[in-house]
Write a protein of this length. Structure first.
Lengths: 113, 398
């Protein structure tokens, strides 16, 4: 089954990352690279997103399309990336999510077939 | 139908529903479809058996209905239909697949309310109406929970399997929590008109026993089963003829089921020999301390406080600390116990037993007015009629 893992950052996580020294941050990024390498047979593609202040939202449910600055939900948890995975079932997806070494929230969504 | 007749009917359904569900999932290869067929068969049984009597082979009867129904509704799913058409009942002795059923119903990706409803329906064979009645919620709410849960199982790819070894501890914890919740709900329901809804406690004991049968070397499963059996061994003495609660110290201990207590204590001993202590085993050991005391005065409170300390070490919760403080009253006295209880006011200010306990301690210490106020507060916080009645009596004596 195919799922998307949506990775979400929290303010605390962003602050922790910012407070890290150069070397420490490099190690944190290396752990993420390692995770992707270890699970490459299950990951079909993945992407890291630019921060939420770069987001632009277009709303189409009014009369005219409305363009606004920022993400569509103003929340403390913002999606920072995603990975599409192809695994046997939800338990295998959960197993992957539990080992994710970076941001503190991962949402698992099945892809509609 | 007599009360005994209803109990027997419930027992037979419980014994066969889960097996049939597991067998049908195996046959038709689809959890949700199999579950619907079993539910239909149970509805039919509940309509026929009270009138016609329970058949000699309830399993074959249930299967015949499920199969007939299956051949009808699975018309579009010819794959499933063919498999179903080929098999007569009793099928080859299938391995007991109910463990998979339990772990699927209690998957952590489902909300607790759905885990509970699914387990009752699929493993214990309760109907949606019976579940709704037990939890005092509209039938449509339970129906919706079941439908959503089954949809999630299939759409999100929740597997039908026993978790791998490295996941088993966490996943078993969820199953134990569901059974424990059912037991609590049944043993002393938190709302409604009937203080004791016996059915859910029966189902909880059935599930714990089944789990123990299927996982004999899991000490926490044995602990939960012992805990449930110890509580239930005292049930004949827990309520008077007016359905009023009789507190432990006033219970007629000759009415306890001492054989059941001895059995449960042996179960705790066997679990302890596996040397993997856990919260269920410790709680069972605490209840065993009470159950084994011949008189209230013989209760080994020192041992009970030690067991609570161990429990707090594993699972530090405010409610456990409250219970420890209650035991402490008989070891170091009410003043020390009250200090412990008062320290919990931030966490337990909305919990009726917190105020009821304070009331008892304050009364011991001669503060009648403050005790009254605490009892009154407790009364506003519980909906259980038997507990309310006990608190009211206390208010009228004091």
């Amino acid at each position: 089954m195919k799922y998307v893992l949506m990775f979400a950052d929290t303010e605390q996580f962003a602050a922790d990352l910012a407070a890290m020294g150069e070397g420490e941050r490099a190690r944190a990024y290396a752990r993420v690279q390692e995770w992707f390498a270890e699970n490459q047979d299950k990951i079909t593609h993945h992407a890291h997103l630019m921060p939420p202040e770069t987001a632009t939202t277009v709303r189409l449910d009014g009369g005219e399309p409305l363009t606004t600055d920022g993400p569509y939900v103003e929340g403390k948890e913002v999606v920072s990336g995603y990975a599409e995975i192809d695994v046997a079932d939800l338990d295998e997806a959960l197993r992957l999510a539990r080992t994710w070494p970076a941001c503190p929230v991962v949402e698992i969504r099945p892809i509609a077939s | 139908m007599t009360r005994a007749g209803h109990a027997e009917l419930a027992r037979v359904v419980r014994d066969h529903a889960g097996r049939l569900a597991a067998a049908l999932v195996h046959l038709v290869g689809d959890f949700s479809a199999a579950e619907d067929l079993v539910q239909d068969a149970i509805e039919a049984a509940l309509a026929h058996w009270p009138v016609e009597g329970i058949p000699d082979r309830p399993d074959a009867w249930l299967y015949a209905v499920a199969r007939r129904r299956g051949l009808d509704v699975l018309r579009r799913e010819s794959r499933h239909r063919q498999k179903l058409a080929l098999v007569a009942w009793p099928a080859e002795p299938l391995p007991d697949d109910r463990l998979r059923l339990i772990f699927t119903c209690c998957h952590p990706a489902l909300p607790r309310s759905a885990q509970v409803a699914l387990t009752l329906r699929v493993v214990c064979g309760l109907t949606t109406a019976q579940i709704a009645k037990a939890f005092l919620v509209p039938e449509s709410t339970v129906g919706q929970r079941i439908t959503r849960a089954k949809r999630k199982i299939s759409d999100a790819g929740i597997p039908y399997r026993i978790p791998a070894d490295d996941e088993l501890r966490d996943r078993l914890g969820v199953v134990l929590a569901v059974i424990y919740l059912l037991f609590n709900e049944g043993y002393l329901s938190s709302g409604g008109q009937q203080a004791q809804s016996r059915d859910l406690a029966d189902d909880a004991e059935f599930l714990a026993a089944l789990l123990h049968l299927l996982m004999p070397t899991e000490p926490e499963v044995a602990g939960l089963l012992a805990l449930i059996r110890l509580h239930r061994a005292r049930r004949a003495a827990r309520f008077d003829e007016d359905d009023e609660i009789i507190q432990l110290q006033h219970q007629d201990r000759s009415r306890w089921d001492h054989d059941a207590i001895a059995d449960a204590s042996r179960l705790i001993g066997r679990a302890a020999a596996l040397r993997r202590p856990g919260p269920c085993q410790l709680q069972a050991a605490i209840v065993a301390c009470h159950a084994e005391a011949e008189r209230w005065e013989d209760t080994d409170w020192t041992q009970i406080v030690v067991l609570y300390d161990m429990l707090l070490h594993l699972a530090p919760t405010p409610v456990t600390r409250l219970h420890r403080a209650i035991a402490l009253r008989y070891v170091t006295g009410p003043a020390a116990a009250l200090r412990e209880v008062d320290a919990l006011s931030d966490d337990l200010g909305d919990y009726h037993l917190f105020h009821a306990t304070r009331a008892e301690l304050l009364r011991d210490l001669g503060h009648a007015d403050r005790a009254r106020a605490a009892d009154e507060r407790a009364l506003t916080l519980t909906a259980n009629p038997a507990e309310r009645s006990l608190l009211r009596q206390r208010l009228s004596w004091a």
